[in-house]
Design a protein. Structure first.
Length: 230
């Protein structure tokens, strides 16, 4: 069965820019909340929005095993992904989710081109992590919206371990909870508290329409063809 409120909420943020949402939150008194650290940047210029699906991973604690390449690749690594660093949140994904990963700042490629594309096809609107992402050239070619703190080369073995899912986390200096709204574009990422998503959307649309009207006049005077931004 479709969740009509969820669909309506997503639709209300379809055309909004990060700056519109920031201005709306300021108007409502949320001056010091919502904007993620500006060091978290998009892999490529795009825009995405969705409902927060939160996950936390921690730095791994444990010894580094002494293994042959054969043992490491075909015996130990599958077990690591199964018991130490699994992705149990993948089974919870709903269309319209924005995956927010607290990697504890560890520059590791928990996400790469294969698993991010699989989840994108499953309905994820975008990804953000305070850690690293790898296979970045392929992610750009695949046009998967991704914001990250680091570009990574490494896999997760003996570097990262799963901690929890669907809990409040902190990414980019902002507390993010399941069901908060996430909006991301070239200006960065902003999070809207779930208690005020509808009110923020209302004032953000007012700001956006006022801006479009003013810029249409400038376009006309400059002899520019109207585009989707106006």
């Amino acid at each position: 069965m479709k969740d009509n409120r969820r669909e309506a909420l997503l639709a209300s943020y379809r055309d909004l820019r990060v700056c519109d949402v920031r201005d709306a939150m300021d108007a409502l008194g949320y001056f010091h909340y919502g904007s993620l650290d500006s060091r978290i940047r998009p892999l490529w210029r795009t825009r995405a929005y969705g409902i927060a699906r939160t996950i936390r991973y921690l730095p791994f604690i444990g010894p580094v095993p002494r293994l042959s390449p054969q043992e490491y690749r075909y015996e130990w690594t599958p077990g690591y992904y199964e018991s130490i660093c699994p992705y149990p949140w993948r089974e919870d994904i709903e269309e319209g989710d924005f995956v927010v990963i607290d990697q504890s700042g560890v520059n590791v490629g928990l996400m790469g081109s294969e698993n991010s594309l699989a989840l994108f096809n499953q309905g994820v609107r975008g990804f953000v992590t305070n850690g690293g992402v790898r296979d970045t050239g392929e992610i750009i070619l695949e046009k998967v919206p991704f914001w990250q703190m680091h570009i990574a080369q490494t896999m997760v073995q003996v570097r990262l371990q799963f901690d929890a899912k669907n809990i409040p986390i902190a990414v980019g200096g902002v507390q993010i909870r399941p069901a908060d709204m996430v909006i991301a574009d070239g200006d960065g990422i902003i999070v809207v508290p779930q208690e005020t998503t509808e009110e923020v959307a209302h004032w953000a649309h007012e700001e956006h329409e006022r801006d479009k009207k003013a810029r249409r006049e400038h376009y006309h005077k400059a002899g520019l063809e109207f585009d989707e931004s106006v």
